[in-house]
Write a protein that binds this ligand. Structure first.
Ligand code: PAF
Length: 288
């Protein structure tokens, strides 16, 4: 049995995890899930801290989900650092690290049943990474069924992912709440990401183009969406090593691009390849 405050248990088997959680739930405990792919950084730890404020039992899943990687993407080189991840969580009142193998999650190979992300799932990240969001939603749905959490914590850094997971929970009446935790940044503005470790020193400097574009967007917000895009594009294009992918201003309610002349809350999304690394970032702005 796991006790609050005891050392973190690392569990690979779904049946064992279910048995542990059933015991805690029988004693009245609520459960929070923090789904991750490991290579944990301070952004993940902020999710874990928030989870421990919201529930009695915290489960962190660590699983590099093959379904959400396309051909030619970084599935093979994606960092797998389980020992360091468990060590990073030790001081944080995490009850269980659920770290299944691919065979445990997909015993018959990639599932033929998928959650389909729909129109928004084909835009922005989905346009550059076809099938990514179907694969992401499918594993998140599996994790929700396995853990049956009361609350699940996701980072605002992956804004489109948050929108799609929240839509799935609403559309399919999944009985849990989604908690969105603000992006954690380096002092110079770079959003924390497990992929930052791929960046060379030059790429690391160039990667500031993303957060600089967001700052420029915010500064221009009162002048409307056309000015936001012009200013953010200028900042985005200023670094030679950066190949912009998209820069778009979306309506938080629909995640579709806002019309010229729109006012009120909006989200600016940016994505770029910096060297061989694809990075994304976003910021909320208020259009005047
Ligand atoms: O954001 C991530 O790390 C992944 O997309 C998630 C939510 C853990 C699903 O694999």
């Amino acid at each position: 049995m796991i006790e609050a405050g005891s050392a973190t248990r690392v569990v690979g088997a779904i049946a064992e995890l279910r048995a542990l959680l059933a015991e805690r739930r029988a004693g009245g405990a609520s459960v929070a899930l923090v789904p991750t792919m490991g290579a944990l950084h301070d952004g993940h730890l902020a999710l874990v801290r928030r989870a421990s404020e919201l529930a009695d039992v915290v489960v962190v899943s660590i699983f590099v989900n093959p379904l959400q990687f396309g051909p030619g993407e970084d599935l093979d080189r994606y960092p797998r650092t389980l020992d360091a991840d468990v060590a990073a969580l030790e001081g944080l009142q995490v009850d269980v690290v659920f770290a299944p193998t691919v065979a445990e999650m997909y015993p018959s190979g990639p599932t033929s049943t998928r959650v389909v992300a729909g129109e928004v799932g084909a835009l922005y990240e989905g346009a550059s990474r076809p099938g990514h969001f179907d694969g992401m939603l499918t594993v998140v749905a599996k994790l929700f069924h396995i853990v049956q959490p009361d609350v699940a914590c996701f980072g605002q850094k992956d804004a489109q992912q948050v929108f799609l997971v929240s839509s799935m929970v609403r559309d399919l009446d999944v009985p849990l709440s989604i908690e969105v935790v603000p992006t954690v940044r380096e002092a110079d503005g770079l959003a924390l990401s497990s992929r930052n470790r791929y960046l060379s020193a030059d790429d690391r400097r160039a990667a500031l183009a993303l957060s600089e574009a967001l700052r420029a967007a915010d500064a221009a917000a009162a002048q409307g969406v056309d000015e936001v895009l012009a200013e953010a594009e200028a900042a985005f294009g200023a670094h030679e090593a950066v190949q912009p992918d998209y820069l778009v201003v979306v309506d938080p309610a629909t995640f579709l691009p806002v019309e010229s002349g729109a006012t009120g809350d909006a989200i600016v999304l940016v994505a770029a390849r910096v060297g061989s690394t694809r990075l994304i970032d976003n910021a909320r702005i208020r259009l005047g």
